[in-house]
Design a protein around this ligand. Sequence first.
Ligand code: ACO
Length: 398
Amino acid sequence: LRQIKVDDDDFGLLAYDPAFKNTANVRSDVTFIDGDAGILRYRGYPIEQLADNSSFLEVAYLLINGELPTQDQLDGWVYEITHHTFIHENIKQFMDGFHHDAHPMGMLVSTVGALSTFYPEAKDIGDADNRHKQIVRLIAKFPTLASFAYRHSVGMRYAYPDNDLSFAGNFLNMMWKTTELKYEPDPVLERAMDVLLILHADHEQNCSTTTMRTIGSSDADPYSAAAGATSALYGPKHGGANEAVLTMLEEIGSVDQIPDYVKAAKEGKFRLMGFGHRVYKNYDPRAKVIRQLAHEVFEVTGKNALLDIAVELEKIALEDEYFVQRKLYPNVDFYSGIIYQAMGFPTSMFPVLFAMGRIPGWLAHWQENLLDSEQAIVRPRQLYVGEGERDYVQVTDR
Ligand code: ACO
């Protein structure tokens, strides 16, 4: 493109594409999305099949290694992750140092970054065994950091990992355990937690994954890159939409208020949260799975008025010409917030749960980027629109 010039002084052709809306800056074989058809596949496997049949750790293996594991490989992988869930006691002290009302996501960002100081060998990103070790550690330790952050924010004693439990069961135990006895999650909630993690495990080049790849492109260690990706997810435009859905459903208050609310949204007064997606111009396939999951969870936790409002709002919007014409369908965030709330999570934990699910995707992309011979340190160009050259003016003369 640099060769395409009008004259010798011309810089050459430069693509200007704010927010990379139409630019692919990587080639990837991790995740496929067809937004018009409403298709999402991890390594070729449809998300619906993975949600129905797989487990979060199996999906993590698939994303990172490219293939579903054999039984032996799966057993080995689960064993490795399970036995890397503990964190250094000094990280616990680090956690203790946060202000009493610190946001769990802020604590997660900081402690994930701090892990890089505990594993200095992680810098050797060229060594495959070393990369594997850090990948295992990151997937294993995220739930521990997440639950410790929650417990700190509510002033509860930390609950240590329990290696006898499943990945999701261990996390729920670390979250809710209140006595010396094990917390025994309802199997429906334990499975729901696992499926929610599967649904969030990857979504190709979203903001946080792009951040992970970008930081990784300078050969930074994966803990520092994951802290950056977690920070990207902290932003309300990325990890905060399901909280906005809950606020909206509470604001609507009852099913009979929905028509007026939808009318105001159509008049452009505000947007229906949890509707529409930059990529999906069809039903978000994750939302379909989550909608079913919501009903199963509410069977256990008891009915919640917000679910009735959500179901009716979806029905009304899907039949409305405004939403049909603009291809606005429920996205993954539409039902996830009400499920998390029903399971007892405060809204401040919603982006933390997202990060816990997304870490295998971040790591799969981080590794893919490192191994791609066409990749280099990310360094976009810019369109300079500032002043031309001018002479310095002494402060007394300005
Ligand atoms: N409610 C009402 N109208 C909407 C909505 C909505 N949720 N979303 C888009 N529209 C309308 C716009 O007003 C616009 O109408 P117009 O053509 O008459 O001006 C048209 O649909 C197209 O909107 P864009 O903003 O161009 O669509 P884009 O694809 O850029 O936006 C986005 C996608 C940002 C997700 C948008 O649909 C939105 O704001 N949704 C609500 C917030 C939300 O749920 N975010 C979570 C996304 S999922 C995730 O990030 C994990």
